[in-house]
Design a protein around this ligand. Structure first.
Ligand SMILES: [Zn+2]
Length: 252
């Protein structure tokens, strides 16, 4: 492992346009659970599986049940979640001019909380809950404290404050996808963390990155891991905690 971390360190030192793909595993290490995982008592509380509830048609037809799930399974776990070593190290790398983009499939805003600015959220963010019909917005806390469906009740608006997240049945945002693809093509180091090369959307992006230096950091092993030039079979934080961000090299 030490040898592999030394290689990763060298590649990071040599790079100035890193794309870091932040998968679910990165958030999991901050205690953000995967909302798709159903515990034993899941069906005592919900009549439908997560994929059904998190769809656009369900949101429109059964907003009460949608918001019960959204509050309890997605927002409430975030109250105690804080950025971890990976989030913080990426913010430091960005400040040192190393990061081209953090492309994340997570919706929890933890990269921004750590201080990263170059974040591309493939599936949106639960931090944003705007009214679709007017300019008003609700914070996570306001949505959490609301007992039921958060209707926009000012000036007789009547629309529902709607999480700015991807729901099943939505198309992914074209501008976001175009930016992500452009970043992939122009990166000089690709680090994929907390997901596998088999899972969408990482799988769809990887082939756009045509260079060497594709790094995979993941606790689980998968059949496609050998496609990476460097595979670190470990927790993402464990790896990132050992990376040093040196002084920015200035030519004189
Ligand atoms: Zn409104």
């Amino acid at each position: 492992m030490n040898e592999k971390i030394a290689i990763l360190q060298q590649w990071i030192d040599e790079s100035s346009s890193i794309v870091f793909f932040s998968g679910a595993g990165v958030s999991l290490e901050s205690g953000v659970p995967d909302f798709r995982s159903m515990g034993n008592d899941y069906f005592q509380k919900y009549d439908y599986p997560p994929e059904a509830i998190l769809s656009r048609t369900f949101f429109q037809r059964k907003p009460e049940e949608f918001f019960q799930f959204y509050r309890d399974r997605i927002l409430r776990p975030l109250l105690t979640a804080e950025p971890n070593t990976t989030h913080n190290k990426l913010a430091t790398l960005e400040a040192a001019g190393k990061i081209r983009r953090i492309i994340t499939q997570n919706m929890d805003g933890l990269h921004q909380e750590a201080g990263s600015l170059k974040v591309l959220e493939l599936y949106g963010s639960v931090m944003r809950n705007p009214c679709p019909d007017c300019e008003r917005r609700r914070t996570v806390l306001e949505i959490l404290e609301h007992p039921n469906v958060p209707y926009c009740d000012v000036d007789m608006c009547g629309a529902i404050f709607t999480p700015e997240i991807f729901l099943f049945g939505d198309g992914l945002d074209k501008e976001t996808m175009t930016t992500a693809m452009f970043d992939m093509v122009n990166a000089d180091l690709l680090i994929i963390a907390g997901t596998s090369l088999l899972e969408y959307p990482a799988a769809a992006f990887v082939h756009l990155y045509g260079r060497k230096k594709m790094v995979l950091i993941n606790e689980k092993e998968h059949a496609m891991d050998s496609r990476a030039d460097l595979f670190l079979n470990a927790s993402v934080s464990e790896v990132m905690s050992q990376i040093n961000v040196g002084e920015k090299i200035t030519s004189s």
